[in-house]
Write a protein that binds this ligand. Structure first.
Ligand code: SF4
Length: 428
């Protein structure tokens, strides 16, 4: 099966020649090298979050030297391989499931954000951890790795539009308003009025906020267990930044939708009435993933009409109607395991990032696997990691130059680790 990157190139070429193409992309700019978007203006670049506005403080990547921009795929592949071999155990390369195949083939570990952060701890001898993922993942790896290990993000502009939807100032402001509504006294059972829970897809500053305020981190694999932990300690939860993961998880646990108001950080009291807040069990932050927001109930209905017996599995970052319409919902790890355990000859329609879906299809020729979204629209920020940047940081290490190091400030790191350790102690 051709990689997503190659498919994008073929589609764009066919469009230029006015020839028919089997599929389409959400942006012809995906055929460009990501360096075309390393502009002074903060944008997420082409892909699923290109319509989202990037905060002014979004990190920017300086210009990639021309030799890496001009190099072809084969040359970059050779250079990365040579640098890897020369560096040996001095470096470990981590590749997130949503990365392009041309990067994944060089990864020592492939996984979701938390699996990769833990993988980093399995190579204490490595002086550099090159994280082919996005910014919050590199921060988490820095929190969990040894202080003398350098965590490197090959392209600094590889952020996460969802993580950017909740910043420390807005969450602190929300927290202060909630304290005015609820006070801070525990109830008769010793449960505090509210606890913060942050999804792994958030800045280290927000993980630190949770650590300081009795809260915790969750992943898409353990969100229900983490919410149970929180409900034992609090009357309600403030869940950020992903409203969909929060809503889908709490709904499956039996929390009524009317007890899950949506907090809009641009409005006083989140745009909510005080009584709604008093009646709430889960206050959802108004954030979302633009990749998973693309999946619709109509796509599921079409898949069922065209592929009788199809098994539809979607990620819990998808909107609630999509999760409700699917056969199953689960994390990337759940999706991978479900496919691996499926009876040969099963047809799977998957609602998650297209790079992972294509790779699963290639790894499992015994099944028919396709992405629910017919349009090729990868994650804009994962797309920022191109083999050119990987070659640049690895060759930098060979020259003794640590490029694009991600470091969490000491003032935040301790409390962020506390929130992560609370999560690790929760058993699903
Ligand atoms: S897929 Fe969504 S949540 Fe994951 S990095 Fe991309 S924008 Fe962020």
């Amino acid at each position: 099966m051709t990689s997503v990157n190659t498919a994008v190139q073929l589609i764009t070429r066919a469009q230029a020649q006015a020839a028919p193409a089997a599929r389409s992309t959400c942006s012809s700019a995906l055929a460009e090298g990501p360096w075309a978007f390393d502009t002074p203006v903060p944008t997420y670049g082409p892909g699923a979050s290109m319509a989202d506005s990037a905060p002014a403080a979004t990190p920017r990547q300086g210009e990639l030297p021309e030799e890496y921009r001009r190099a072809g795929d084969d040359e970059l592949d050779r250079r990365i391989t040579a640098a890897r071999q020369a560096l040996g155990s001095r470096v470990v390369i981590l590749g997130h499931f949503y990365q392009r195949d041309e990067v994944i083939r060089h990864a020592d570990f492939v996984g979701d954000s938390f699996q990769l952060a833990r993988a980093a701890t399995q190579r204490p001898e490595a002086e550099a951890i090159v994280f082919c993922g996005v910014h919050f993942m590199a921060e988490t790896a820095d929190l969990l790795s040894r202080p003398d290990q350098a965590v490197i993000l090959p392209n600094l502009a590889a952020g996460c539009s969802m993580a950017d939807m909740a910043d420390i100032d807005s969450v602190t402001d929300c927290w202060e308003q909630l304290a005015e509504v609820y006070g801070t006294e525990p109830d008769a059972e010793g449960r505090v009025p509210v606890l913060p829970v942050t999804y792994m897809n958030s800045s280290a500053a927000l993980k630190g906020f949770c650590g300081e305020n009795g809260g915790i981190v969750c992943t898409s694999s353990n969100a229900a267990a983490v919410l149970e932990w929180a409900f034992k300690r609090a009357q309600r939860v403030l869940f950020f930044p992903d409203q969909h993961l929060g809503r889908n998880t709490a709904k499956a646990m039996g929390v009524p939708l009317e007890q899950m108001p949506l907090w809009n950080p641009r409005k006083d009291l989140g745009g909510l009435a005080e009584q709604e807040l008093l009646d709430s069990r889960v206050i959802l932050w108004n954030g979302f993933c633009s990749v998973h927001k693309r999946f619709t109930v109509a796509q599921i209905e079409k898949a069922r009409a065209e592929h009788p017996g199809v098994r539809v599995i979607v990620h819990p970052e998808c909107p609630m109607p999509v999760v409700d319409a699917a056969d199953e919902a689960g994390s990337t790890d759940y999706i991978r395991k479900a496919i691996a355990a499926g009876a040969p000859g099963t047809t799977f329609a998957i609602g998650t990032e297209v790079n992972l879906v294509n790779r699963l299809a290639a790894e499992h020729p015994e099944h028919a696997i396709f992405c629910l979204d017919p349009v090729i629209c990868p994650c804009s920020t994962m797309y920022r990691i191109h083999p050119g940047y990987l070659a640049w940081v690895l060759e930098g290490l060979l020259e003794g130059d640590v490029r694009n190091r991600i470091t969490v400030a000491d003032a935040t790191a301790g409390s962020a680790r506390t929130a992560l350790q609370r999560m690790l102690a929760v058993r699903p």
